[in-house]
Design a protein around this ligand. Structure first.
Ligand code: AMP
Length: 215
């Protein structure tokens, strides 16, 4: 299945995408993760993207589209993917449709994860990520057994620079302006759009998604 996960930053796309990828046997393509990797590696892309990311702005479409095109081209012969954090603008969505058409594997659906904004601000201030394995925790809803230490690999948990409250509020306004219109974009196409209530436990949100997808 080729799926797009839509939702505000902090709605749970990363967590749900990873679970879903395991369940349905697709791989997850998360542009935010790829960009953070590029920043860590100090590549040309990382250097160009970093200031936008730190400020909570969108990285320009041209850079993102090159990144996605390269990643899809490196994939195995079955390019089925769960897209997390991409597309984020209408031009990105149009380009994704064109890329998938070329690969002969159109989108099967779009999952929209709805969470009220105030809940998002609260969630993101508690979000911590393992700097080694990438496992995501939440100090309020899904804390590690030992403070600042990953349960899975013992790595150190860190807070993303763009998860500080002021930047989160800015990212939400960017989401409202640039990304939310994608819901109408897909609703006006022939691609099925499934909305789920993201203000539930991780397992409950996952069950809703699987149910909507008929799994
Ligand atoms: P995320 O982890 O998806 O919240 O992404 C973190 C940051 O990476 C965003 O705030 C943007 O600066 C950048 N980013 C990730 N995906 C995209 C995208 N599809 N288009 C533009 N910028 C992106």
């Amino acid at each position: 299945m080729n799926l797009v996960l839509l939702g505000a930053p902090g709605a749970g796309k990363g967590t749900q995408g990873a679970l879903l990828a395991g369940r349905i046997g697709a791989h997850k393509l998360a542009t935010g993760d790829l960009l953070r990797e590029a920043v860590r590696a100090g590549s040309e892309l990382g250097r160009r993207a970093k200031s936008y990311m730190d400020a909570g702005e969108l990285v320009p479409d041209a850079l993102i589209l090159d990144l996605v095109r390269d990643t899809l081209a490196q994939g195995d012969s079955d390019p089925k993917a769960i897209f997390d954090g991409f597309p984020r603008t209408v031009p990105q969505a149009e380009s994704l449709n064109a890329m998938l058409r070329e690969l002969g594997t159109p989108l099967d659906g779009v999952v929209v994860i709805d969470v009220p904004e105030e809940k998002i601000v609260q969630r993101m201030s508690g979000r911590r990520t393992c700097s080694d394995c990438g496992r995501i925790y939440n100090l309020h809803t899904d804390p590690p057994a030992k403070r600042d230490v990953c349960d899975v690999c013992g790595g150190k948990l860190t807070q993303r620079m763009d998860d500080h409250e002021e930047t989160v509020r800015h990212r939400l306004s960017v989401y409202r302006e640039a990304t939310e219109p994608l819901i109408a974009f897909y609703e006006n196409s022939s691609i099925p759009v499934h909305r789920v209530d993201g203000d539930r436990s991780v397992e409950q949100v996952q069950s809703q998604i699987l149910e909507r997808l008929g799994r």
